[in-house]
Write a protein that binds this ligand. Structure first.
Ligand code: CA
Length: 225
């Protein structure tokens, strides 16, 4: 599970990131609405934790803009106000769930899990697409009775692609989700890891292929269907 955290209070953003990472999930944090929209639209997130009160635009505007642009990522809104009108506004704008601060860590994680399950892509500790299964705990990719171990970066790339099958993922989305927002990474790094993964898919005799979309990025597809 990959979580985008949008929260302008740095201490709270750091705490949220820590909670999510300690639960074994990946997390990125951004601190304003403009960055939130840009980052969310790059795709690759399974769920967004969105603070209502932000410096440049509010969480309601962000979620309605995401939905207007066709972004279906589940959104959990966070607010300091236990105001029922906020809840209604948030849900009307397209949010999927709502929590008030201060929140209980375990409840937050449970709700994030529930939102991810609702998208139907991530099933417990495995991701399936066509004839391949990625074991999220062991970082092993399998097809039929064969399986191969993935390196850390191969695993992150496989997880991103398998979480968004048949969707074109931009190079920027791949950079930020596999290498992190601040990493120095070039197209050659991505090409190298795509090539490693392709070799492993070939070894597994899988029908799944990683297609290059020129000038944009990559898309996971199933051949022969
Ligand atoms: Ca705030």
């Amino acid at each position: 599970m990959k979580v985008l955290i949008v929260e302008d209070e740095r201490a709270l953003a750091d705490a949220l990131e820590h909670i999510v990472r300690r639960a074994g999930y990946a997390a990125d944090a951004v601190y304003n609405g403009t960055d939130a929209l840009a980052q969310a639209m790059e795709g690759g997130y399974d769920v967004i934790v969105l603070d209502v009160m932000l410096p440049d635009m509010d969480g309601f505007q962000i979620v309605s803009r995401l939905r207007a642009r066709g972004n279906p990522t589940p959104v959990l809104m966070l607010t300091a106000r236990a105001d029922v009108s906020d809840k209604v506004t948030g849900l009307n704008a397209g949010a999927d769930d709502y929590m008030t601060k201060p929140f209980d860590n375990a409840e937050l994680l449970a709700r994030l899990n529930a939102l991810c399950r609702r998208t139907g892509e991530v099933v417990l500790n495995e991701i399936h697409f066509a004839d391949v299964t990625l074991d999220l705990n062991a970082a092993r990719l399998s097809a039929g009775s064969d399986s191969v171990q993935l390196s850390k970066k191969e695993f992150e790339l496989a997880r991103l692609l398998l979480s968004h099958p048949r969707q074109t993922l931009s190079m920027d989305a791949i950079y930020s989700h596999v290498w992190g927002l601040d990493a120095e990474v070039t197209e050659n790094n991505v090409m190298a890891y795509v090539s490693f993964l392709r070799k492993k898919l070939k070894y597994l005799n899988s029908r799944v292929t990683i297609r290059n979309i020129p000038q944009i990025g990559y898309r996971l597809e199933e051949t022969g269907v």
